[in-house]
Write a protein that binds this ligand. Structure first.
Ligand SMILES: C[S@@+](CC[C@H](N)C(=O)[O-])C[C@H]1O[C@@H](n2cnc3c(N)ncnc32)[C@H](O)[C@@H]1O
Length: 216
C-alpha cells in the first residue's frame, strides 16, 4: 500500500464522508438496523451517531483499512457512543471474505462502500450468506446516473477518479446487484444532497441509491 493510501486517503475519506449533506440519507438507513448487526466498510465510524435509538444488540465493524480503524477508535474515545449502543467489535477484513458463520446476522449496514469494493458480486454473495433468512441489508450508496449525458461524464471521469478516491466507481448499480443475487429490495434512487445549486450538480454524477435488500 502506498503513501497516498496510508496517509492521505484515510483522512480524505473521514473528511468527505463526514459531510453534513449526507446526514439525511444516513439517518433513514442506519437506524433501521436491529439485533446482531454488521457494518461493512465501517470507515472512521461516520455512521455511529445514526445508530442512536436503534435496537442493536451487537455491532460488528468490518473495515480493511487499519488507518480508518484507528480513526474510528479515536472518534469513539473523543465522542463516546450513542446511549445503549454496544461497543463495535472491529474486524479487519474485506466484504469479499466476511469471517463470520452462515446465517449469523439480523442486519447489515453498508454506506458509500459498494462503490469501492473490488468484487461487488462476491461481496453481495457474502452478505447473502451471513444474513439469516428474513434479515436485511440497509444500504445508502451512490451509483450509475439516470441520464445518458451524466453517464457519459461518469465514464469519462471514472478512470481518473477511481485511483484517487480509494477504488470508488461511479457507474455501479447497487440495487440491481442485490436483485441479481436474489435479495428482495425496497429501493429508492435520487438526489442525496440538500437542494442547493452545488449539490444538484454533484447529485447528477453521484445519484443516491438507498433502501433495503432482504434475504428471502
Ligand atoms: C467512502 S468510504 C465510506 C466509509 C463509511 N461507510 C461511511 O459511510 O462514511 C469507503 C469505505 O469502504 C472501505 N472498503 C474499501 N474496500 C473494501 C472492501 N473490499 N471491503 C470492505 N470495505 C471496503 C474503505 O476502507 C472505506 O472505509
Amino acid at each position: 500500500m502506498g503513501w497516498y493510501a496510508r496517509h492521505v486517503l484515510p483522512r480524505l475519506t473521514d473528511c468527505a464522508c463526514g459531510s453534513r449533506a449526507l446526514s439525511a440519507v444516513r439517518a433513514r438507513t442506519v437506524a433501521r438496523a436491529s439485533g446482531s448487526v454488521l457494518e461493512i466498510g465501517f470507515g472512521s465510524g461516520t455512521n455511529l451517531r445514526w445508530f442512536a435509538g436503534s435496537q442493536v444488540t451487537r455491532l460488528l465493524a468490518l473495515e480493511p483499512s487499519r488507518e480508518l480503524i484507528a480513526l474510528a477508535r479515536a472518534r469513539i474515545a473523543r465522542q463516546g457512543l450513542p446511549a445503549g449502543l454496544p461497543a463495535p467489535e472491529f474486524i479487519a477484513a474485506t466484504a469479499e471474505a466476511i469471517p463470520l458463520p452462515d446465517a449469523s446476522l439480523d442486519s447489515i449496514v453498508v454506506a458509500f462502500t459498494l462503490c469501492s469494493v473490488r468484487d461487488p458480486e462476491r461481496a453481495g454473495a457474502e452478505m447473502h450468506r451471513v444474513l439469516r433468512p428474513g434479515g436485511s441489508v440497509y444500504y445508502a450508496e451512490h451509483g450509475l446516473a439516470a441520464t445518458p449525458w451524466a453517464r457519459r461524464w461518469q465514464r469519462l471521469l471514472e478512470p481518473a477518479w477511481t485511483p484517487l478516491a480509494g477504488g470508488c466507481h461511479l457507474t455501479r448499480d447497487p440495487t440491481q446487484l442485490f436483485q441479481q443475487l436474489g435479495f428482495v429490495t425496497d429501493a429508492h434512487t435520487g438526489a442525496i444532497g440538500p437542494p442547493t445549486i452545488a449539490w444538484r450538480t454533484i447529485d447528477r454524477l453521484f445519484p443516491g441509491y438507498w433502501g433495503s435488500a432482504t434475504r428471502p
